[in-house]
Design a protein around this ligand. Sequence first.
Ligand SMILES: Cc1cc2nc3c(=O)[nH]c(=O)nc-3n(C[C@H](O)[C@H](O)[C@H](O)COP(=O)(O)OP(=O)(O)OC[C@H]3O[C@@H](n4cnc5c(N)ncnc54)[C@H](O)[C@@H]3O)c2cc1C
Length: 506
Amino acid sequence: MADDRHKKLSVLYASGKELQISGEFSSYLGKLLNTDLSKQIWDGMVLVPEFEVDDELKVLLETVVQRERVSFDSQVRLQHSIGKSSPEIARAMVYQLPTPVDAVVFPKDKELRRLITVLKKENIKITVYGGGSSVTGGIRSKKYERVVCIDTSNLNELEIGKGFCTAGAGLTGSEAEKLLNAKGLTMGFFPESLEHSTIGGWISTKASGQESNAYGDIEDIVISVDLYRSDSTVIEDNYTRISSGVSGKDIATGGEGRNGIVVRAKMKTFPKPERRYFQSFLLPSFKSGIDFMKTLERFPDVMRLMDETETDLALNEAGDSFSKRVLQRMMKSRGISQGSMVIIMSREKISVPKISGSIKMGKSPAVRWNETRYQRPYLGNILWKRSVVVDTLETSASWNDLPSLYQNVKNEFTQVTKEIGINGLIMSHISHEYQSGACIYFTFMFKSSNPVEDLDTIRDHMVQTFLSSGGSITHHHGIGNEFRKYLSDGLKSIQDKASDPIFLQI
Ligand SMILES: Cc1cc2nc3c(=O)[nH]c(=O)nc-3n(C[C@H](O)[C@H](O)[C@H](O)COP(=O)(O)OP(=O)(O)OC[C@H]3O[C@@H](n4cnc5c(N)ncnc54)[C@H](O)[C@@H]3O)c2cc1C
């Protein structure tokens, strides 16, 4: 048996990758949080305990899946039992580790159906793992007699057709884009986790990419899926559209590993844009930005409106520059003490209607956002390593409800952190727009001696405020383990009917 005792596992996002921040930005952020950010006190790693190996299970699995695609390694098992949600990271920081799965298998498509049949016969539960970027506790295992995790990384083929591709569920976004880009195509789906999340994961969490205004959310991009369940197999890869009741696509979308395994999916493809056009403006306030956005009849491919705090942070992160000093002078002359930045990216040159009281900021902020869009989460790693808890929660609401929802959530955050007795920082941006409303995304951070309990309390207050202010539980992160308790009884009952009991019900 391998000696796992000294192995370590990084529980942060994309271990090893770092975003550099300047000393000035670190002390600016430290001041806002009233803490010293100069010292790293955690490396983001946990020591992996040695987990027992179930020899009987080993024999069973190796009769179905080739031996090299079966793992009982403690580090691999722990990695497949923990996602990237902040509660999971906070628990890991204080060494509260999840129950590990008993084994991880990396089957090929041809091994999968027999594997599911054998596991069902032995009453062994299954969890499904794509890229492991879940931020809702979606891949967390639970105590159960025996649990095997199916990692989809060997389901990775891609075939290109006219206007679509058939992609293996385990392909990451970057892998799929690379293959498509080589043929002048794109899938048009760009979550911030593109480098690590998979097609199966996107479908299963009902995800949304940053260019959803142009290409749609995942349910608009998936044409059909092949779904393996323990009681049936749904093969839809020949369909362009099916006009019949509930389809595999319907059951798979948002299924979060409870409804079977997405093996492959037929996805739309689009010509890769030849150019991108960028614009940025500073608006007098976040509220004026929301009022402006709701008058638009069409939205640019990307339109991100940051509130005053997030704008301030973005401007400070960019460092001192001539253009920043010019901007500050213009703000002063217009009586804007803290503006709200909107960045726009589009495939065509578009002219945005004049925004009253706004200052044109040129293209640089939008270009910078585009260039660093997949690296921005690494900023979170820097904070976690200084034991600052950082988290994001997102919701969607109608244009009319958005301003009050925003204010209510901020007030609630201020109130609850005051009651707990900690210093916190909250900021927000609007990221995906629809005719009826938009997604509003909150980032918050704090330092506390009780990170796990305080985070749970703050999150609960925020989600309850979403719901009482007209918002949804989440807009694109899924529900996972952590949000299921907020689901209405009606939806819970429908979703339970679609589930397959051999898959661990989170
Ligand atoms: C830094 C960061 C940025 C993010 N940005 C975005 C964003 O912009 N937009 C967005 O929507 N989300 C975002 N997310 C959340 C996350 O990336 C998505 O939820 C993503 O869809 C998960 O994909 P995954 O392959 O990592 O799935 P996993 O994390 O491996 O799994 C997620 C859930 O899907 C299930 N699952 C995975 N594959 C399959 C399959 N083949 N069949 C059945 N069930 C399966 C799992 O069991 C689990 O319940 C972000 C996360 C991080 C950490």
